[in-house]
Design a protein around this ligand. Structure first.
Ligand code: SAH
Ligand code: SF4
Ligand code: F3S
Length: 456
């Protein structure tokens, strides 16, 4: 008889993608996905270690799951992801009622480990220090039928002084272009419209391959050799976003003009102490190179406030930079000291109160700036990939422009998964509202364009 599995995912897209592989792997030993954690035979928590609050949240989840487990004889709890990778055996000391702890480098072992755990009276713990060299292709059950995550590079070779990722995701390791092309063509054959090329540092793709290649070449290859309609990539490091990559994106019709390039801070002293490997002027040049070549590109970023030793004036430099560079959107966070990272032990930590104040002030500026950017979309028509019904307003459908703007509009469920034309009618800092164009509108629009052309 088949068993059921429920997976809860914290953290970044990498973790979401790993969860899809967990479901694929477990399917091979007869586990079927369920939406009900209470009824699951196997409950998996895929954890994130990036900030302390992400970690705290997982312990409260597990507290609740323990009751579900007690109520269902034979039910198991497994913990994977970045906290599991970091804690290993120690996790069991803190949460003795888990049945299995596995890391980020041994996902492929999950079926074997689950079977071991089901026969064992004590928790099974297995964590690898690095990804194995001969990593097999992993089966996958994707959660979105139109847009697919495709990991192109694992790990991170940087050592930013605040970041735990290199400790839990290991060194950079790119996947071979041919393997990626095969995977993406299969996706396109299965009617996927979009792929999101994933990595902690996708802009470093290919430096470790033989022959050496880069993200731009990969994007051009995917465009030329597969039928996928949209190519996205996430997350880039400014230092590795070379002009060749930007040029490839400009040349490639299916490559979306959307760049997520975390800057982290708008102050040179802070950037140096974060060990980011660039200064503000360098980053500004990268933005200029993008905007010169692709004027309608959206640029988004990540920012940390309250890094140890950050003065009020240095924080204000971040605020000024957000205004100057007019980011389309920013992920913002208060600095959180993490194990293994040098800055966690620095003496000049900023108080929680101050960090929260700075975060609040930054968020106000970020939303003003985003609103200004989004208002530029008003009255224009964009290509939107429809994701489904809006969760917040089930009357509306929701989708994304090539620049990753969320657009809500009235329309029929059957549009899900399609690329449609939407005219933007309203904007707020986080989303746009629009009107679906019908065939007649499109004819009219075509007429206008032809007319405009004939006047030139
Ligand atoms: N590889 C990407 C970032 C991956 S981590 C890059 O280099 O830009 C995702 C985001 O989490 C980071 O961009 C950073 O803004 C945030 N982050 C990482 N460590 C953090 C910490 N200790 N405290 C607060 N935010 C942190
Ligand atoms: Fe973390 Fe820095 Fe690597 Fe990004 S580049 S994952 S912030 S260490
Ligand atoms: Fe979190 Fe691990 Fe991603 S720490 S942000 S889930 S790589």
């Amino acid at each position: 008889m088949s068993k059921s599995v429920y997976v809860e995912t914290f953290g970044c897209q990498m973790n979401k993608s790993d969860s899809e592989h967990m479901l694929g792997l477990l399917d091979e030993i007869g586990y079927v996905q369920t939406d009900s954690v209470k009824k699951a035979d196997l409950m998996i928590l895929n954890t994130c270690a990036i900030r302390e609050n992400a970690e705290d949240k997982l312990y409260s989840y597990l507290g609740v799951w323990r009751r579900y487990k007690d109520a269902r004889p034979g039910a198991m709890i497994a913990v994977g992801g970045c906290v599991a990778q970091d804690s290993g055996e120690n996790f069991v000391k803190r949460v003795p009622y888990v049945d299995l702890v596995f890391g980020t480098h041994n996902l492929h072992r999950l079926p074997e480990l689950v079977m071991q755990a089901s026969k064992s009276d004590v928790p099974v713990v297995e964590v690898y220090q690095e990804l194995p060299d001969d990593l097999p292709e992993l089966p996958v059950i994707r959660q979105n039928p139109h847009s697919a995550f495709v990991s192109i590079i694992y790990g991170c070779d940087y050592n930013c002084t605040y970041c735990i990722v290199p400790y839990v995701r290991g060194r950079e390791k790119s996947r071979e272009p041919q393997v990626l092309l095969n995977e993406i063509q299969e996706l396109s054959d299965a009617d996927y419209k979009e792929v999101i090329l994933l990595g902690q540092n996708v802009t470093a793709y290919g430096h470790d391959l033989n022959p050496v290649t880069h993200l731009g070449e990969l994007i051009e290859l995917v465009d030329a050799k597969t039928d996928i309609k949209r190519i996205r990539f996430l997350t880039g490091h400014p230092r590795d976003l070379k002009v060749e990559i930007i040029d490839s994106i400009k040349r490639t019709p299916t490559a979306c003009e959307y760049f997520h390039i975390p800057i982290q801070a708008g102050d040179n002293r802070t950037l140096r102490r974060m060990a980011r490997g660039y200064q503000v002027d360098f980053y500004k040049r990268v933005v200029e190179q993008i905007r010169d070549r692709i004027p309608n590109a959206a640029i988004t970023t990540d920012l940390i406030v309250g890094f140890p030793g950050e003065t009020e004036e240095e924080f204000l430099n971040t605020i000024r930079l957000v205004e100057e560079l007019a980011f389309d959107a920013c992920n913002t966070a208060a600095y959180s000291p993490r194990p293994h990272t040098p800055s966690a032990n620095w003496p000049d930590q900023v108080s929680e109160h101050e960090k929260n104040e700075r975060l609040r002030m930054l968020n106000t500026v970020v939303s003003e700036v985003s609103l200004r950017c989004n208002k530029r979309y008003l009255g224009r028509t964009y290509d939107v990939l429809v994701e489904g019904r809006s969760e917040r307003n089930p009357e509306r459908m929701t989708g994304r422009t090539r620049t990753n703007k969320l657009v809500n509009f009235e329309g029929d469920e059957s549009l899900t998964g399609q690329l449609v034309d939407v005219e933007i009618t309203a904007a707020n800092p986080w989303a746009l509202r629009g009107r679906l164009l019908n065939q007649q509108d499109k004819q009219d629009l075509k007429g206008v364009h032809e007319c405009a052309l004939s006047h030139n």
